[in-house]
Design a protein around this ligand. Structure first.
Ligand SMILES: C[S@@+](CC[C@H](N)C(=O)[O-])C[C@H]1O[C@@H](n2cnc3c(N)ncnc32)[C@H](O)[C@@H]1O
Length: 304
C-alpha cells in the first residue's frame, strides 16, 4: 500500500482558528463556549480543571481537524507532530471518515444506541449527527475525561434529549457503565455500539481486559468498534512515520502505545469480526485502493 502523498496545504504551523468558530472561554472557574471570538487563551482566567501546561490529545486532535478548541501549548505540540509526520492531518481525517462509516453501518443493522468512549471535542461528523441523519431516535452517550471536550459537548448538545455527555475515565468501566447519564439513556438489554476510535492507543496496560468489562455489559448483537495506532506494517517508511508520531506525543498528557495486529485482535476474543477484519482505517468496510494507508488499524466486532 502506498503512503499518503504530502499535502503542502497542511503544514499546520501557521494555521489560525477558523473565523467565527467555537472557542473556549474560561470564566469564574467554568468553561463556556462562544461563537465568533478568536484567540482566547489561558492567562487571566482562573483554573477550570484544565491542564494548560501540557498539550493533550483532545485539543491537539481538534487542531488537526481544523477546530478552535485548543490552546497555544496544544498547537505547539501539534506542530511538533506534523514536523515528524506531515501527513498526520490526513490520518485524523481518515479516522473521522471511518467513524462515520461505522455509525452508518450500525444504523443500517438496526442499532440505535451508541456509547462513544473518548469522544473528543465535538467537530465535523459527530456520532449523533450521523446517527440522527438516518435514525432521528438514535441515542448517543458521549464519554471523555478531558474538561474542554466535555464542556464543548455539553454546550453543543444542550436541549437534545437523545444525547448525553459523561465526564469519565474509560479505564474504569464501572464509572462509565453506572453513570446516570449512561444508564438513563442506553438500554443494555438491547444492542449497543461501543465506539473506541483513536483513544485506546492512549491507554497503556491491559486494554483487552478493560474492553472485556464493557463487553460483559452488552447484549448479543452489540458491537465494539476501534481504531488504533500500530507499527505492525511491512512498509518501513510508514512504520517510521507512525513511530515518529508516537515520539512526538511524548511529553503531552496522552502518551501513545502502539500495538501489534495480534495484540489488537486479542481485544475481540470471543467476538465475531465483521467484514474485512482488522485493516487500515481507510479500508473498512471495503478496500479503497486509491486511498493511501494511514498506519492506523480498524476493526468492528459483534457480540455473539
Ligand atoms: C484523538 S481523540 C479521538 C476522538 C474521537 N473518538 C474520534 O475518533 O474522532 C481521543 C480522545 O480520547 C480521550 N481520552 C483519552 N484517554 C481517555 C480515557 N482514559 N478516558 C476517557 N477519554 C479519554 C481524549 O481526551 C480525547 O478526547
Amino acid at each position: 500500500m502506498s503512503r499518503a502523498s504530502r499535502s503542502p496545504a497542511w503544514s499546520g504551523l501557521d494555521r489560525g482558528a477558523p473565523a467565527g468558530g467555537w472557542v473556549t472561554v474560561l470564566q469564574a472557574g467554568t468553561v463556556q463556549t462562544c461563537r465568533g471570538l478568536g484567540g482566547v487563551e489561558q492567562g487571566e482566567f482562573p483554573d477550570a480543571g484544565i491542564d494548560f501546561d501540557r498539550a493533550n490529545a483532545a485539543r491537539m486532535y481538534d487542531f488537526f481537524l481544523g477546530g478552535a478548541h485548543n490552546f497555544a501549548v496544544d498547537r505547539a505540540h501539534a506542530a511538533h507532530v506534523l514536523a515528524n509526520h506531515p501527513n498526520f492531518v490526513y490520518v485524523c481525517r481518515a479516522n473521522r471518515a471511518y467513524l462515520g462509516r461505522v455509525v452508518r453501518w450500525c444504523v443500517d443493522r438496526g442499532i440505535d444506541q451508541f456509547l462513544d468512549l473518548g469522544s473528543g471535542v465535538p467537530t465535523v461528523g459527530n456520532v449523533h449527527e450521523i446517527a440522527h441523519r438516518f435514525n432521528p431516535a438514535a441515542r448517543v452517550a458521549y464519554v471523555d475525561f478531558e474538561p474542554v471536550a466535555v464542556a464543548h459537548a455539553r454546550a453543543l448538545l444542550a436541549g437534545l434529549d437523545t444525547v448525553t455527555v459523561t465526564p469519565a475515565d474509560l479505564r474504569v468501566p464501572r464509572t462509565v457503565l453506572e453513570a446516570p447519564t449512561v444508564t438513563g439513556l442506553l438500554d443494555f438489554t438491547r444492542p449497543v455500539a461501543v465506539l473506541a476510535t483513536f483513544v485506546l492507543h492512549f491507554v497503556s496496560g491491559d486494554v483487552a481486559a478493560i474492553l472485556g468489562r464493557y463487553r460483559a455489559a452488552l447484549a448479543p448483537g452489540s458491537v465494539i468498534a476501534i481504531s488504533h495506532g500500530s507499527d505492525d506494517h511491512d512498509d518501513p517508511q510508514l512504520v517510521a512515520e507512525i513511530r515518529a508520531v508516537q515520539d512526538a506525543y511524548r511529553g503531552s498528557a496522552n502518551e501513545g502505545t502502539l500495538r501489534t495486529r495480534s495484540e489488537l485482535l486479542e481485544f475481540f476474543t470471543g467476538m465475531d469480526l465483521t467484514g474485512p477484519g482488522l485493516v487500515d482505517i481507510t479500508h473498512w468496510p471495503q478496500p479503497q485502493p486509491d486511498q493511501p494507508a494511514t498506519g492506523a488499524l480498524a476493526a468492528v466486532a459483534v457480540v455473539p
